[in-house]
Design a protein around this ligand. Structure first.
Ligand SMILES: CC(C)(COP(=O)(O)OP(=O)(O)OC[C@H]1O[C@@H](n2cnc3c(N)ncnc32)[C@H](O)[C@@H]1OP(=O)(O)O)[C@@H](O)C(=O)NCCC(=O)NCCS
Length: 186
């Protein structure tokens, strides 16, 4: 099969600002690091259950590292904000598989803000951006078989799981089987 030369990558394209009127995605600035760290710390218990990077020592410097890394080509990590600018979580595309035009979606929403559809809204915005601007054809979502909340989000975005991958996720020294979901560009 021919290489990707005939499909120039658009991964360098920066996300400027996406909104559906309820949630807004825009690149984090280094000045946002304290707010990102505070949001992580406020929800540490629920985040630690599923996300390996969420640890008790997550601080503003950790957030600055994420902000710097989230702006590189092939990675699109952004805070999720409400209309008043409050950072309530984040949403990101990563693991760009260039020849196959695939990326993986991840998300978290702080415990004080869950159950309002924000993860679903933010994910829809980012998936549309991936298809329209980044030349992505497939967005994959991997969710632990034990994470029912995230499964509800993924199912609303993608429909039922396509498969179960054995011991695909490593969380707090335990292997979790993962459901794999896929959203395809129309
Ligand atoms: C999973 C998470 C992102 C959901 O965020 P959210 O903004 O509440 O998501 P939404 O409001 O869009 O949807 C939440 C769904 O979970 C459901 N839900 C809420 N609490 C639940 C529970 N205890 N058990 C099962 N489902 C639950 C809601 O009813 C809703 O589904 P429905 O609208 O179809 O009924 C958030 O809980 C979170 O950040 N969890 C920790 C980190 C994480 O798991 N990230 C994903 C890793 S793959």
């Amino acid at each position: 099969m021919a290489g990707g030369a005939s499909h120039p990558t658009r991964q360098g394209a920066r996300l400027i600002r996406l909104t559906d009127g309820v949630v807004t995605l825009a690149p984090a600035r280094l000045e946002d690091a304290e707010a990102v760290a505070a949001a992580v710390q406020a929800s540490l218990d629920t985040l630690m259950a599923w996300l390996p990077w969420a640890t008790p020592d997550y601080d503003a410097e950790s957030a600055r590292e994420w902000i710097r890394a989230a702006d590189r080509p092939g990675v699109h990590g952004v805070p999720v904000r409400l209309a008043d600018g409050t950072i309530i979580g984040s949403c990101g595309l990563q693991n760009y598989d260039e020849p196959n035009h695939c990326m993986e979606l991840g998300y978290w929403i702080g415990a004080a803000h869950t159950g309002n559809g924000y993860a679903t809204r933010a994910s829809r915005l980012l998936i549309a951006h991936a298809f329209e601007t980044l030349d992505v054809h497939r967005v994959t979502i991997l969710v632990s078989v034990h994470n029912q909340r995230s499964q509800r989000v993924a199912e609303r975005l993608a429909g039922p799981p396509e498969a179960t991958l054995r011991e695909r996720l490593r969380v707090r020294d335990e292997w979790h089987d993962a459901y794999v979901y896929g959203v395809l560009a129309a």
